[in-house]
Write a protein that binds this ligand. Structure first.
Ligand code: ATP
Ligand code: MG
Length: 258
């Protein structure tokens, strides 16, 4: 049984992309077949895996707007079992072009439907907005949303609006949409603030918060500039160990067999 999750938070720079690529890598290492879908015009997932976002024959744009079969767009990565539907800056215009299309919220869901069952996990990396691209991701996310939350002052700010959007999408577009988990990112063991933020978020969301905390770790921010995931760049780093633990926690919670 395939699991499809959207990594979403309209707040920028909270760790959506870092989580998509590194969680994806460790799920693949565990023997899961993983498809990453980059639906952010910034195309950071695409670049982080070593692809040139300005020099791709096809991208998610073509699947959404030109009905190109998604199977023709999928790229293999350096890691066995980790595949990618890349993005491109041209996707920025797609939001406007999509407005005139029929069933515009369902374009991504329909595009990926033919391939979803080939994978154990499909992870969709969203842009930092609640526009039509994110709505498409939430509509396609049959098994829920994973919300990275940065351990910083005002972390809860904006979450109310995000949850409201999730509820709207669940009621009208995707009945299966649920919050799979909130993931605390950039946790800094040296500050009380990080700990306070985690406590605060746990108070509000209780068991919806993943046990695994992702520490602030410079190795995680270095890896993308080499086109690598933390798995190949520095698996023994604190960031590497944390994403390994997150993959195990997700698999265990999903009751998927290793
Ligand atoms: P956007 O909203 O722009 O798409 P995002 O939510 O995808 O951003 P990332 O791109 O994953 O966030 O992270 C933002 C920046 O913080 C990046 O430079 C990334 O390398 C860095 N970063 C992410 N997680 C960590 C971490 N745990 N420790 C240190 N740096 C991190
Ligand atoms: Mg991103």
């Amino acid at each position: 049984m395939s699991k499809t999750y959207a990594l979403a938070n309209q707040k920028g720079g909270v760790g959506k992309t870092t989580t998509a690529i590194n969680l994806g890598a460790y799920l693949a290492l565990s023997g899961m077949r993983v498809l990453l879908i980059d639906i952010d015009p910034q195309a950071n997932t695409t670049s982080s895996l070593g692809f040139d976002k300005n020099d791709l024959p096809l991208s998610i744009y073509d699947a959404l707007i030109n009905q190109v079969p998604i199977a023709k767009i999928i790229l293999l990565t350096d890691l066995l079992c980790l595949e990618l539907v890349p993005s491109t800056p041209a996707l920025a215009g797609a939001e406007v072009e999509m407005v005139g299309l029929l069933a515009r919220e369902h374009l991504l869901r329909k595009a990926i439907a033919p391939v979803v069952e080939r994978y154990d996990y499909v992870l969709i990396d969203c842009p930092p907005s609640l526009g039509l691209l994110t709505i498409n991701a939430l509509t396609a996310a049959a098994d829920g949303i994973i919300i990275p939350v940065q351990c910083e002052y005002l972390a809860l700010e904006g979450l109310t609006l995000l949850i409201h959007t999730v509820n709207l999408v669940r009621d009208s577009l995707n009945p299966g949409l649920r919050i799979r988990g909130l993931l605390m990112t950039m946790y800094d063991t040296r500050t009380n603030l990080s700990q306070q933020v985690v406590e605060e978020v746990r108070k509000h969301f209780a068991d919806k918060v993943f046990d695994t905390l992702i520490p602030r770790n410079v190795r995680l921010s270095e890896a993308p500039s080499y086109g690598e995931t933390i798995l190949s760049y520095d698996p023994q780093s604190k960031g590497g160990l944390a994403y390994r633990a997150l993959a195990q926690e997700l698999i265990a919670g999903d009751n998927l067999k290793l």
